[in-house]
Design a protein. Structure first.
Length: 698
């Protein structure tokens, strides 16, 4: 039995053995990661025992990887792990598969502290949290409900033993899959057992009541209610933002293709940071990155609406089209085309918006930890997110780091920028950087020593930005490097003793939560209760008096008005468009296209960043009959997608890559919205199961 935990140095050329408590290798000074994992299905074992001569049992289901520098053995992804991979963009909230042993599945990014202990349960953190943070917790749970429902795992949020909290962030231990689709009523019943902070108590009770009674009938409505409440409560807070950027060409490059906003060492006119990493060589990548900065900064400065996420996405798409137009004007083709990655952070009030395309990254650093909050647009991430392989397996493949999208490579109609919104609820630092710094896990190595001191106010963001440039140049040194730091401080303002309730900012709460029988606190104002009977009676008296006066003064006018009032014309019936037959599983539909030359692509998976040739099974000509197999909304952009099977194909088609009978794949519902329902006697190839080109369910 192992009594003294030993961890092997991850440096391939060292591999010295170190005590578990050692921060850096005693031989080569390489950082020793303590990778604690959650073991699902682990049979009873004693602390100190090893699994597979590698994983040290720390407690009943917590193990330590004693060989963190060696990738786990590649495996074929079992079906129960696919939902975890589909939810990969939700790290660190959703744990991720790390390795699969004979009878045990190991998860990483789990709510385990750096000492190997479980973090506090959400119900425990809830009791000591402020009203604002409790609203923030509820908002995260509502968003998770929406995303987990797509993967049939919303039941996870009904099990308090699987929900934990790390400061202001909800963390899940493992997923519980739905035997039956859970309802928001059940969520309301669970929440009703919690006791809210006095500042939000009545508001919270009313939300629970409306969930239980079905008056909040969908999660979008719930999220909207919580958004308004958070915005109102945020007025009781003060926030300060500090920004710094720095860029350097690095020791091995002749020019700097990176760019940033604000320019390195200068002050910004707004709370915006942009980092771009150019692609295409000197006078290519450099031009693209600077053009992207110029276009995006100009667009963001003009934002004045509440649709911030849509505006940010539009700004990135405009930058893409500007670079693509320049490529086209200079007749650049394929690898000659210039492009750029982009990652940007934008602060508006109590919200932080993060937008990215490519493999430039953003990290969030708090006193508790450092987490990557963007997901690279590269082959490895795509393969994992689609459920083809575990992420650490995909990283071992030759093309793992190849980008699947970047600005300037084509039309923005195929671009899928990622826009995330975070609530500013905890002092934190957002680090945006190009891969000149993030390569080789340099952020994970230095965040505690170089970035965390910002939170303790022992250094400032400008100094740290320069230190990170030095880290990149001395420990990596293979590329240009650019960093942007956004230090967000949040402080609760002092309240008067009488300020004991929240006001979500609505004159009529019944517009949000329909519960007239529940008395809200006075700051959530009830609509005025006007006695309409008295008003009507008073109006009748006034009209009678006015009529009598008019009769006495000008009786002929009254007679003329009564006799000459024209009859009310008959209102013609409003034509009602026939309701289209819904595209539901099992139904048949025939594609109808005006353009006979293009067809509709049948894709291997939904929510593709780009509809590339390798992702297209074939094209469906006009007249193709399809059977709907599954409907789904993707978590990435909320698009409605259909999984379809090709039943029949027109006898004559001029398409160069037509689909085959029996092919199954995906396409957006909007792409075949004009299709025509057909009878079930036209099943054709759909009478047999699909045999070729099976499309994995994402």
């Amino acid at each position: 039995m192992q009594t003294d935990p030993i961890v092997q140095c991850p440096n391939y050329f060292c591999q010295a053995l170190n005590p578990e408590s050692q921060e850096f290798c005693h031989h080569c000074q390489t950082r020793i990661p303590r990778r604690y994992l959650w073991a699902m299905g682990l049979k009873a074992g004693q602390p100190g025992e090893r699994i597979d001569d590698r994983y040290l049992i720390k407690s009943s289901q917590i193990v330590l990887d004693t060989k963190p520098g060696i990738p786990p053995n590649p495996i074929e992804v079992p079906p129960q792990l696919e939902p975890y991979l589909h939810l990969m963009p939700e790290r660190p909230t959703i744990p991720q598969p790390y390795a699969v042993l004979k009878d045990t599945i190991l998860l990483e990014s789990v709510p385990i502290t750096s000492t190997g202990q479980l973090m506090p349960a959400l119900t425990q953190s809830w009791q000591t949290s402020s009203g604002f943070r409790q609203l923030h917790f509820l908002h995260q749970l509502a968003q998770l409900w929406q995303k987990l429902s797509f993967e049939r795992a919303a039941s996870t949020l009904l099990d308090p033993n699987r929900i934990f909290a790390e400061a202001d962030t909800v963390r899940l231990l493992e997923l519980r899959f739905d035997k039956q689709s859970p309802s928001l009523t059940q969520l309301g019943e669970l929440w009703a057992t919690w006791h809210a902070h006095p500042m939000i108590a009545d508001f919270f009770d009313q939300i629970c009541q409306n969930l239980i009674e079905g008056q909040i009938s969908n999660v979008e409505q719930l999220i909207s209610v919580l958004d308004h409440a958070i915005a109102n409560q945020a007025q009781n807070q003060t926030r300060s933002i500090q920004i710094a950027t720095a860029t350097d060409q690095g020791p091995s490059r002749q020019s700097n293709e990176d760019a940033c906003y604000p320019a390195s060492g200068t002050k910004a006119n707004l709370d915006l940071v942009i980092v771009c990493d150019g692609i295409g060589g000197h006078e290519g990548g450099e031009v693209a990155s600077n053009l992207a900065i110029q276009t995006i900064a100009q667009q963001v400065q003009a934002i004045n609406s509440n649709e911030i996420e849509a505006e940010l996405e539009a700004a990135v798409c405009d930058a893409n089209d500007a670079i693509a137009a320049k490529n086209d004007a200079e007749r650049r083709q394929e690898r000659q085309r210039m492009g750029t990655t982009v990652v940007m952070g934008f602060v508006r009030g109590h919200e932080f918006y993060l937008t990215h395309v490519g493999d430039s990254r953003a990290y969030r650093i708090t006193r508790q930890g450092c987490y990557q909050v963007t997901l690279d647009d590269d082959v490895a991430s795509r393969e994992a997110r689609l459920g083809y392989s575990l992420y650490r397996d995909a990283l071992q493949r030759p093309s793992a780091g190849s980008l699947v999208q970047a600005l300037g490579m084509g039309s923005s109609s195929y671009l899928r920028p990622t826009v995330q919104r975070f609530i500013l609820d905890e002092d934190c630092v957002y680090l945006l950087c190009s891969d000149g710094l993030s390569d080789h896990d340099r952020i994970e190595e230095v965040w505690q020593s170089e970035i965390a001191p910002i939170l303790d106010r022992t250094t400032n963001v400008a100094t740290v930005a320069q230190k990170l440039i030095e880290v990149a140049n001395t420990r990596n040194g293979h590329d240009n490097v650019t960093v942007g730091l956004i230090y967000c401080q949040t402080k609760e303002t002092k309240r008067s003793k009488n300020a004991q309730t929240i006001s979500p900012g609505f004159a009529q709460p019944t517009q949000i939560i329909s519960a007239p029988s529940t008395q809200l606190r006075t700051e959530i104002r009830e609509p005025s209760r006007t006695n309409w009977l008295k008003v009507a009676f008073a109006l009748l008296i006034l009209c009678g008096i006015a009529g009598g006066i008019a009769t006495l003064i000008a009786p002929e006018l009254i007679t003329r008005f009564v006799n000459q009032t024209p009859p009310v014309p008959a209102v013609p019936p409003v034509p009602v468009s026939p309701t289209p037959t819904p595209l539901t599983p099992g139904s048949l539909t025939q594609i109808q296209l005006e353009d006979q030359a293009t067809g509709v692509p049948l894709l291997r998976n939904p929510s593709q960043p780009t509809e590339t040739v390798t992702e297209i099974i074939g094209r469906m000509p006009s007249g193709t009959i399809l059977q709907i197999q599954e409907t789904r909304k993707t978590a990435s952009d909320q698009s409605a997608w259909l999984r379809v099977k090709v039943c029949t194909i027109p006898a004559e088609t001029k398409l160069t890559n037509p689909v085959r009978l029996g092919n199954s794949g995906w396409q957006r519902e909007s792409a075949i919205a004009n299709s025509t329902p057909v009878k079930s006697d036209q099943l054709g190839a759909c009478t047999e199961p699909t045999k070729e080109n099976p499309s994995p369910t994402p």
